[in-house]
Design a protein around this ligand. Structure first.
Ligand code: FES
Length: 132
């Protein structure tokens, strides 16, 4: 009985936490003429690629977001701790990206984890790529 009560409380707290998790994502663009945008989201489990696309901005994703290309390459300036961890496979593809840096990630692999905070990213100039 007591255990059921604790499990129920835990479930309520978890739901409250997930509903109230909120990220502020600042997106900078290397492409000239595009001012930064701010996105407020609680889309835990979505990738930065999905969030950028859902907000009407272009980020190439030639492999369909399965970590098999490097066209969704971006730079994470702040908030890397809120994203799924970098894997060896992702690192391999980052090495093939145009101008990789120490803060390079693949947008399709940057899945928002539970939590809240500020994430800042910079998108390479998308006009330099062909494809989706
Ligand atoms: S879309 Fe191909 S690795 Fe992200």
């Amino acid at each position: 009985m007591y255990l059921d009560f604790l499990l129920c409380c835990n479930q309520i707290l978890l739901q409250h936490y997930e509903r109230n998790s909120m990220y502020t994502i600042k997106v900078n663009f290397e492409q000239k003429g595009l001012p930064p945008i701010i996105v407020e989201t609680n889309a835990i489990g979505d990738s930065l690629l999905e969030i950028v696309l859902d907000n009407g901005h272009e980020l190439h994703h030639n492999c369909g977001a399965v970590c098999a290309c490097s066209t969704c390459h971006l730079y994470v300036e702040k908030g890397d701790e809120y994203l799924a961890e970098l894997t060896d496979k992702e690192e391999d593809f980052i090495d093939r990206a145009v101008i990789p840096k120490i803060n390079s990630r693949l947008g399709c692999q940057c899945v928002l984890q539970k939590g809240e905070g500020v994430i800042e990213i910079t998108l390479p100039d998308q006009t330099q790529f062909n494809g989706e």
